[in-house]
Design a protein around this ligand. Structure first.
Ligand code: SAM
Length: 292
């Protein structure tokens, strides 16, 4: 049987053979369009010189393409029923390791060390479960695992938020959190019709490429991310209102905020969404300098 797993008739047969019904609660929307898989593998430039981490292999539709092209593939799947299915559908591949694990509970550095034989560039390639797209991406970005690229399928609207530029409606703390570490690009849009079952919204392939160093220099990362969250707390409010909302309204705090804003040359009546990463970094560094 030379058909790819993603061919609709083959997917149907696999589900029937294992008596599998898909769980919405686990974000199980399976891809049934081989062309999209080919495009994903192309976009990710998967070669025998790369190791791949996949999240949520499902029945192995994307995994088989990754296995054919990569040095090794390590995949995390939370649903125990799929572990049996994958042992069947991927049996011909010797370079695939499937871990029955919640990726969010996984020590990525440790597991990766155990799984990969060679020290090759690591890429994350996945059709992510939509209910935890952001936590999964942040889990990888905040880990010390040196992921060179992430090529992930996520809801189109979330991809647009991550890729957003200052001054646009979609721009927010998520854009900043990701762009701090990675260059972002929306590679292509995927219509909801190519999934089983069909989700409510369209998807996008988001490509993230690690920057050699973070986009801006901050003296305290935690403080920087706290500031960027604070600035977007209430969308219609000014930066000044939002900062007081998070840091406090007492005279000493107000004086500290005011002085830092002044030194950073940022007008407090602006809205958070107009500030660039550079401006946020500058303000955060001034706030750190002026902190008592
Ligand atoms: N890769 C397959 C495809 O493209 O057709 C399936 C993708 S489906 C959108 C998401 C997969 O992630 C499901 O197989 C689901 O069981 C799995 N999953 C959900 N939550 C997970 C978690 N916390 N850790 C690992 N896998 C998870």
């Amino acid at each position: 049987d030379k058909r790819e797993i993603a061919v609709p008739s083959k997917t149907k047969e696999i589900l029937a053979k294992h008596g599998l019904t898909l769980k919405k609660s686990l974000g199980q929307n399976f891809l049934t369009e081989p062309n999209i898989l080919h495009k994903i593998v192309q976009t990710a430039d998967v070669t025998k010189e790369t190791n791949i981490i996949e999240v949520g292999p499902g029945i192995g539709a994307l995994t088989e393409h990754l296995a054919q092209n990569a040095a090794q593939v390590l995949a995390f799947e939370i649903d125990e029923r799929l572990i049996t299915v994958l042992a069947d559908t991927l049996q011909e591949f010797t370079n695939v390791t499937i871990r029955h694990q919640d990726v969010l509970q996984t020590d990525l550095v440790k597991v990766t060390d155990e799984a990969f034989f060679e020290n090759l560039p690591i890429k994350v390639v996945a059709n992510l479960p939509y209910y935890i797209t952001t936590p999964i991406m942040m889990h990888f970005l905040e880990s010390t695992l040196p992921v060179a690229e992430m090529i992930v399928m996520i809801q189109k609207e979330v991809a647009e938020r991550i890729n957003a530029k200052p001054g646009t409606k979609a721009y927010g703390s998520l854009s900043i959190a990701v762009q701090y570490y990675m260059e972002t690009e929306i590679s292509f849009i995927v219509p909801k019709t190519v999934f089983v079952p069909q989700p409510k919204v369209d998807s996008a392939i988001l490509k993230l490429t690690r920057r050699r160093q973070p986009k801006v220099q901050v003296s305290n990362e935690k403080a920087f991310f706290r500031l960027t969250k604070a600035a977007f707390q209430l969308r219609r409010k000014t930066l000044w209102n939002n900062l007081q909302h998070t840091y406090g309204k007492d005279p000493a705090t107000k004086a500290w905020l005011q002085e830092s804003l002044e030194q950073a040359e940022i007008d407090p009546s602006r809205r958070g969404e107009t500030l660039s990463l550079e401006e946020f970094a500058c303000l955060s560094n001034k706030m750190e300098e002026n902190a008592v």
